[in-house]
Design a protein around this ligand. Structure first.
Ligand SMILES: NC(=O)C1=CN([C@@H]2O[C@H](COP(=O)(O)OP(=O)(O)OC[C@H]3O[C@@H](n4cnc5c(N)ncnc54)[C@H](O)[C@@H]3O)[C@@H](O)[C@H]2O)[C@@H](O)CC1
Ligand SMILES: Nc1ncnc2c1ncn2[C@@H]1O[C@H](COP(=O)(O)OP(=O)(O)O)[C@@H](O)[C@H]1O
Ligand SMILES: [K+]
Length: 491
C-alpha cells in the first residue's frame, strides 16, 4: 500500500470528488459514517461522551459523528473551539444539520472534561499548518490532563501528518487514531507513539485510480502487497533452492548461530552450511542437525573465510564479537565476496562502523540489518528527528548501493532507489535477545533462493514479524523468546 503525503491525500479526496463523482459533503458523510460504525462496533461509543470540534473539515467530521451517534442512541456534548474567523463550508452545512437535533457549545478557552468519558478529537486534522496555540492548545492540554479515553479523527490534533513537531507543541495524546484509507507518515514514526496510540485506517472508498497512477516513494507492507516466494516445482530438488552460508558465533554466543540457522532452514533454503568457531561445532551439530558445519581453527572466534564458490548467499554477523582476528576475517570476506548476495548484521555492522572506508567494498544490493543504535554507528552521527532519520537512511542506501533494514516497531526496508517500505507485522514481545539473529537467518535463506534483494528483505521482514505475532498470540508477549520465531514461520 502506498503512503501518501498530506497534500497527496488532499488531492486524492479532490480526485474522488470529481471522478466518482461525489460532493465533498457526501464524502465527509461517508468518512464519518465509517468512523461511527467503528465506534459502535468496538463498543467505544457511549452516551454523554464529548465531541470536540474545530472549524475545518475535521470539525465537520466530528459534527457528522455527533449526529450519527445521537441517532444511534448515544447523544454527546458537542464543543466547538472558536479558532478562526471563518469555518469551512462543509463544517457549516453539518453544523446546521446537527442543530436540528441538539445544541452545541462554542468555547474560547479550556472546558471541564470528566476523567471517565469518551472524548472524540475533531479539532484539527490534516489541514494543520502551524502548531496549535491559544484556545486550541489550552483545550488540547485539558484533554490530555483529563485521563479520558480519546479517539482522534484522522490524526491527533496538533500532530503534523508529514513533518516533525517541536518538543513543546500541544498535541492530543489519544488512545486510538482512526484515519481514512491509508496510514499517514506520522503514524509510523517511533517518536510519535504517544500522539498516535493504536491506529487504524478505514476504507472510505477513495478512487483507486488515483492510488495507481500517483507515484510514491513510501509503502506500507501488508498482506496484500507482499512479494511472493517462488513456487516449489513438483520435481524440484534441494539444488534448486540455493546453498546458504552463515558465518556466526563466538565463545558464549554460539546461540546466535543456532537461532539464525534454524530460521534459515525454516525459510526454504536448499542447503545450509554454518561456519562457527571450533567451540560451536558440537553445539551446532546437535542443535541443528539439518545444517552442515564448518569449524574455524580458532577455538573461540571466527578467524578465516572458507572457499565461497559453492554458496549462493552469505549471512554474516550474529554473535561474531569484534576481536582483531574476526575484524581481519571480515576484511578477507569483503575481498572474496565478489558480487555474491550477502546479509550483514550485528557485529559485522559494528566492525564496518569501526572501518567506514570498507562500506564502499560491500557488494551492490547487499542487505544490512542494523537496529537504530547500530545505524547511528554506521552513520557516525545521530538524527534530530524521525524524518531526518529517513533522509539519512535514503542517502546511505543510495551512496553505498545497499538495501538497509532498519529494525524497530515498523521495521523499514530502504532500497538504493530511494524507496522506503514500512513493515506492518511484529510486536513488543520481539524486543528480546536473538530475534535479530532469526531475521538474519530468514533473509540469508531468501537471498540464497535468488529473488531481488529488496523483495527478499520486504518479504522476510514481514514473515519474521508475523511469526512473532503468532508466537505472541499463543504464548503472550512476555513469554516470547527468539527460539519461538522459527517454529512459527509459515510461508
Ligand atoms: N471532503 C474531504 O476532502 C474529506 C476531508 N476529511 C476531513 O478533513 C480534514 C481536513 O480538513 P481541513 O483541510 O479543513 O483541515 P482541518 O480540519 O485540519 O482544519 C484546518 C483549518 O484550521 C486552520 N488551522 C490549521 N492549523 C491551525 C492552527 N494551528 N491553529 C488554528 N487554526 C489552524 C486552517 O487554516 C484551516 O482553516 C481531514 O483531517 C479529515 O478529517 C474527511 O471528511 C474525508 C473527506
Ligand atoms: N516493539 C517492537 N515491535 C515490533 N518488532 C520489534 C519490536 N522490538 C523489536 N522488534 C523486532 O525484533 C528484532 C530485534 O532485533 P535486534 O535488535 O537485532 O535484536 P538481537 O540483537 O537481540 O537479535 C527486530 O527485527 C525488530 O524489528
Ligand atoms: K483530529
Amino acid at each position: 500500500m502506498k503512503i501518501f503525503s498530506a497534500d497527496q491525500i488532499r488531492a486524492w479526496d479532490a480526485y474522488t470528488i470529481s471522478h466518482e463523482p461525489i460532493s465533498s459533503l457526501d464524502l465527509m458523510e461517508r468518512a464519518a459514517t465509517a468512523l461511527t460504525d467503528w465506534l459502535l462496533r468496538t463498543g467505544l461509543a457511549r452516551r454523554d461522551g464529548h465531541i470536540l470540534c474545530g472549524m475545518g473539515n475535521n470539525g465537520g467530521d466530528g459534527l457528522v459523528v455527533a449526529r450519527l451517534l445521537h441517532q444511534a442512541g448515544y447523544p454527546c456534548h458537542v464543543w466547538i473551539v472558536r479558532h478562526a474567523e471563518k469555518a469551512s463550508a462543509d463544517f457549516e452545512a453539518n453544523l446546521a444539520r446537527y442543530r436540528h437535533l441538539a445544541g452545541v457549545t462554542w468555547v474560547e478557552e479550556a472546558m471541564e472534561i470528566p476523567s471517565d468519558t469518551l472524548v472524540i478529537d475533531a479539532l484539527l486534522g490534516s489541514g494543520l499548518n502551524r502548531c496549535a496555540a491559544g484556545p486550541l492548545a489550552e483545550v488540547i492540554r485539558a484533554v490530555n490532563a483529563s485521563g479520558s479515553t480519546v479517539v482522534s479523527i484522522d490524526i491527533a490534533s496538533g500532530l503534523f501528518a508529514d513533518r516533525p513537531n517541536q518538543p513543546d507543541d500541544a498535541i492530543i495524546e489519544p488512545a486510538y487514531t482512526v484515519g481514512f484509507q491509508v496510514p499517514k507518515p506520522a503514524f509510523l514514526q517511533p517518536g510519535n507513539a504517544r500522539f498516535v496510540g493504536r491506529w487504524q485506517v478505514l476504507d472510505i472508498g477513495l478512487d483507486r485510480r488515483y492510488e495507481k497512477q500517483t507515484p510514491a516513494s513510501r509503502y506500507f507492507t501488508d498482506s496484500q502487497s507482499l512479494p511472493s516466494l517462488r513456487n516449489r516445482a513438483v520435481f524440484a530438488n534441494k539444488g534448486n533452492f540455493g546453498h546458504a552460508l552463515l558465518i556466526a558465533g563466538s565463545y558464549g554466543k554460539v546461540g546466535a548461530a543456532v537461532l539464525a540457522s534454524r530460521a534459515c532452514l525454516r525459510s526454504g533454503v536448499g542447503l545450509l552450511t554454518v561456519h562457527v568457531p571450533e567451540c560451536g561445532y558440537s553445539v551446532l551439530q546437535t542443535a541443528v542437525p539439518e545444517a552442515m558445519c564448518l569449524a574455524d581453527e580458532h577455538p573461540k572466534m571466527i578467524t578465516g573465510v572458507p572457499d565461497l564458490s559453492s554458496y549462493t548467499a552469505i549471512g554474516v554477523g550474529p554473535g561474531l564479537g569484534k576481536a582483531q582476528e574476526t575484524v581481519r576475517m571480515l576484511d578477507e570476506l569483503l575481498l572474496k565476496l565478489g558480487g555474491k548476495p550477502a546479509v550483514f548484521d550485528a557485529d559485522a555492522l559494528n566492525i564496518l562502523a569501526d572501518n567506514p572506508e570498507w562500506l564502499t567494498r560491500l557488494p551492490k544490493n547487499s542487505i544490512l540489518t542494523p537496529h537504530p543504535k547500530e545505524f547511528t554507528r554506521l552513520l557516525g552521527r545521530t538524527w534530530a528527528d524521525d524524518y531526518e532519520k529517513l533522509d539519512l537512511l535514503r542517502a546511505f542506501c543510495k551512496r553505498y548501493s545497499v538495501v538497509t533494514v532498519l529494525k524497530g516497531q515498523h521495521t523499514i526496508v530502504a532500497t538504493p532507489e530511494g524507496e522506503l517500505h514500512f513493515n506492518s507485522t511484529g510486536n513488543p514481545g520481539m524486543a528480546t535477545g536473538g530475534t535479530g539473529d532469526v531475521l538474519t537467518g530468514i533473509l540469508t535463506a531468501l537471498l540464497a533462493q535468488g529473488p531481488p534483494p529488496a523483495d527478499a528483505a520486504i518479504l522476510g521482514v514481514y514473515r519474521h514479524g508475523e511469526a512473532g505475532d503468532r508466537a505472541a498470540a499463543r504464548k503472550g508477549e512476555p513469554a516470547l523468546i527468539a527460539g519461538d520465531l522459527p517454529e512459527f514461520l509459515h510461508w
